[in-house]
Design a protein around this ligand. Structure first.
Ligand code: PGA
Length: 251
């Protein structure tokens, strides 16, 4: 879709990695190299490191995000974290519906939608993840699957300003394999058309690609017309790789 390209978002999903010293060193190294990077940077450390990392990037342009939140407000949910708690720690974003959570914790589209809504209610920008499995792709169902996940996972109040969509094919996460540029474009184009059927500001939604993004493939992926950024897992744990990916985001 022809649209004015927004500044791209390069988000690091640290997953369940990092003790305090490592997280602090990584945050400091990213901060030290972030000046002049032509993209918006976001780091999503594990919840245990949000305070430490938040302090290390405080006052910089690097944003902080959580990797998940509960759908409910503060209350009796042992081990969970309310979106308001993330906001209170300085988070601006929350990832919801990552395929690892969908798989490990049985999160359905409806649960992801409720979590995203909770994030928005707390003033956070929700990064809603979706993507097909390898079997679904092999059966030719990738577009139908992501459309169904999009319809079921985006909250009613979603808008381009408060919601980001991350396309992460499950088979590409942590595997070193990525879809072809044509396949990424086909999915992003499909997602954009689906958004257009529901939201008047569909052209402004940021659509991220995620799954084995590395410095070696970031230039090609980030040059694709409907890719507004990347959600980076493994490569976000090395500051130089994360920053190298972000440097390929020149408009
Ligand atoms: P990866 O993870 O970059 O290690 O493939 C991406 C993600 O799961 O967000």
């Amino acid at each position: 879709m022809d649209k004015t390209r927004s500044r791209r978002l390069i988000a690091g999903n640290w997953k369940m990695n990092g003790l305090r010293a490592e997280g602090l060193a990584l945050a400091r190294a990213i901060r030290a190299g972030a000046a002049g990077v032509p993209a918006d940077l976001l780091v999503c450390p594990p919840a245990t490191l949000l305070g430490t990392v938040g302090a290390a990037i405080g006052g910089s342009t690097i944003a902080l995000g959580g990797q998940d939140c509960h759908a409910a407000g503060p209350g009796a949910h042992t081990g969970d974290i309310a979106a308001a708690m993330l906001a209170d720690l300085g988070c601006r974003y929350v990832i919801v519906g990552h395929s690892e959570r969908r798989a490990d914790h049985g999160e359905s589209d409806a649960m992801v939608q409720a979590k995203a809504a909770a994030g928005l209610a707390a003033g956070l920008i929700a990064i809603v993840c979706l993507g097909e499995t390898e079997a679904e792709r092999d059966r030719g169902e990738a577009l139908a699957v992501v459309a169904r996940q999009l319809a079921g996972s985006l909250p009613v109040k979603a808008s381009a300003a408060n919601t980001v969509v991350a396309y992460e094919p499950v088979w590409a996460i942590g595997t070193g394999r990525t879809p072809s540029s044509a396949d990424i474009l086909a999915v992003h184009g499909h997602l954009r058309r689906e958004l257009a059927g529901r939201f008047s500001d569909a052209a402004g939604f940021r659509l991220l690609y995620g799954g084995s993004v590395k410095p070696g493939n970031a230039r090609e992926i980030l040059a694709l017309p409907d890719v507004d950024g990347a959600l980076v897992g493994g490569a976000s744990l090395k500051a130089e790789d994360f920053l190298a990916i972000a440097r390929f985001s020149a408009p």
